[in-house]
Design a protein around this ligand. Structure first.
Ligand code: NAI
Length: 255
């Protein structure tokens, strides 16, 4: 895939899936703004890309803060010359039972994972419609579709991301902007290292037909497809990248 001449903003770009998306987009020719609340991490990734000869900048922002998001989009447009692609990967998670989830925790997860998707998508789309072109890729989760234990706030937020993605796709189609989402399953990242207990990992792996967790690179390559010219007629789609987890029911031959 060729992204020469394209300008991309990747939120959550300091770590995990977002970092790998930034690397792959950059290697394919895009100029990349690496945005994250962890500015040291974002700067390290941007420096890594610049060291390969690519164009990249780091942006400090909290995706749940409208002013910071708007300023980050404005800086991307100003310093890189526009905005064609948003891959919104910033997110947080927690494994907490429904009965134990506090109101504060509920609001924190909804604020970052759902409101953050709204704010980043809206700010980016307002720029994209000016040029009549855009690609937005949100990151939902298989937790949007399956009622797994410990995912009340996280699953509800990701369910909201799925519906928001579809509404955005419909409203932005006349403006040349496609909007899709990925639904990753279990992917080995810093987030999962914090969120999944040893027991979760064992039970989860048993439920995955491919019998393993995925890698950030495997999710990033799906994001690049949705951000590419090849996907120009794909919009409002939720693509699972989950080793078959959502497809699975009974697996009699599996341990
Ligand atoms: P990660 O923890 O490795 O990376 C997330 C990044 O988002 C971090 O760099 C973090 O600093 C940043 N971030 C967190 N809150 C932020 C905020 N308020 N503003 C700006 N940046 C913020 O996590 P990972 O696994 O790469 O997750 C990326 C996305 O993929 C998240 O939306 C997550 O929910 C989703 N996802 C991950 C799965 C997995 O198994 N790893 C499965 C399904 C979805």
């Amino acid at each position: 895939m060729d992204f020469a001449g394209k300008i991309a903003l990747v939120t959550g770009g300091a770590s995990g899936i977002g970092r790998e998306v930034a690397r792959q987009l950059s290697a394919a020719g895009a100029a990349v703004a690496v945005a994250d609340i962890n500015i040291e991490g974002a700067e390290a990734v941007a420096a890594e890309l610049v060291a390969t000869g690519a164009k990249a900048i780091a942006i400090a922002l909290d995706v749940a803060d409208a002013d910071q998001v708007n300023a980050g989009v404005a800086r991307t447009c100003h310093e890189l010359g526009g905005l064609h692609i948003l891959v919104h990967s910033a997110g947080i998670g927690v494994e907490r039972g429904f009965l134990e989830t506090s109101e504060e925790e509920w609001r924190r997860i909804i604020n970052v994972d759902l409101t953050g998707t709204f704010l980043c998508g809206q700010a980016a789309a307002r720029e994209m419609v000016k040029g009549g072109y855009g690609r937005i890729v949100n990151i939902a989760s298989t937790a949007a579709f399956r009622g797994g234990t410990g995912r009340a706030a996280y699953g509800a937020a990701k369910g909201g991301v799925v519906t928001l993605t579809r509404v955005m796709a419909v409203e932005l189609a006349p403006h040349g902007v496609t909007v899709n989402a990925l639904a990753p399953g279990a992917i080995d990242t810093e987030l999962v290292a914090k969120m999944h207990s040893t027991k979760t990992r064992q039970v989860y792996t048993r439920a995955i037909p491919e019998d393993r967790y995925g890698t950030p690179a495997e999710v990033a390559s799906a994001a690049l497809y949705l951000a590419s010219e090849a996907a120009r007629y794909v919009t409002g789609h939720i693509m699972s990248v989950d080793g078959g987890f959502l497809a699975a029911g009974l697996m009699l031959d599996k341990d």
